[in-house]
Write a protein that binds this ligand. Structure first.
Ligand SMILES: C[S@@+](CC[C@H](N)C(=O)[O-])C[C@H]1O[C@@H](n2cnc3c(N)ncnc32)[C@H](O)[C@@H]1O
Length: 221
């Protein structure tokens, strides 16, 4: 069967491993109650992948770490479909997907409920810096959202191809009182090369294929 966008949207409504909130201005009230509908809101460490696209990190990490739970979040249902379908076909019970704006994560995740966050290749939003920096996933407002849901000592991993975004992120994390654990502007020529789970997302392969160095920041908030 050919899966175009519309059939993918229809599919994810039926998938048992997807919660759909869609694009809304303010977080829907019922979202806070949805936490209990996610099959694993128990004690196992919880890892989020923000802007998960096809969910490559969530799937690969869930395959490797059965003792942890993973939730991939993205607003684009047709991308998220790939991860959710792969998880269902593999019978992976420790990975789940949420179609929502990352802006609303505090409405879904209780305070201090998340152990780790991965942010692979977020949109750098550099076309109109004066207007768009607040949309960056490392802007102060987003960092505060993460701070609320992370447990004490929780870790955030950021990968990007984009130098301006990388430097902006180092600055906002530091200014916002975060702690940079390690960073490199050339991951695969650094001592951290083997430490980032060795997973390459669709976007990452595109950039490395063009010879662009991958930048990486590990931090806490
Ligand atoms: C450049 S793509 C990277 C996708 C994937 N992480 C990868 O590396 O292949 C950025 C993704 O973040 C998602 N995204 C960007 N801003 C978002 C937001 N505020 N809320 C939810 N998803 C967002 C987009 O829909 C897109 O899938």
């Amino acid at each position: 069967m050919i899966h175009n966008k519309l059939t993918k949207y229809a599919d994810i409504k039926q998938f048992t491993n997807v919660l759909e909130c869609g694009f809304v201005k303010s977080p829907p009230l019922e979202l806070s109650g949805s936490w209990a509908d996610i099959p694993f809101h128990g004690d196992a460490p919880l890892v989020l992948e923000l802007g998960c696209g096809r969910g490559e990190y969530s799937i690969a990490m869930a395959e490797r770490s059965a003792e942890k739970n993973f939730i991939g979040i993205d607003i684009k249902g047709a991308r998220l479909w790939f991860g959710a379908k792969a998880a269902l076909e593999e019978g992976l019970g420790n990975v789940f997907f949420v179609r929502m704006q990352i802006e609303h994560i505090n409405a879904l995740f209780p305070r201090a409920s998340v152990d780790e966050i991965w942010i692979p290749f977020p949109d750098p939003h550099t076309n109109h810096p004066s207007r768009d920096t607040k949309r960056r996933l490392t802007s102060p407002v987003f960092l505060n959202r993460y701070r609320e849901v992370l447990k004490a000592g929780g870790i955030v991993h950021l990968k990007t191809d984009h130098r301006v975004f990388y430097e902006y992120s180092l600055e906002t994390i530091t200014r916002g009182g975060g702690n940079i654990i390690s960073h490199t502007d050339d991951l695969y020529n650094s001592e951290r090369a083997g430490d980032t789970a060795g997973i390459k997302t669709a976007f990452e392969k595109r950039y490395t294929g063009r010879g662009i160095a991958i930048k990486y920041i590990e931090f806490s908030l």
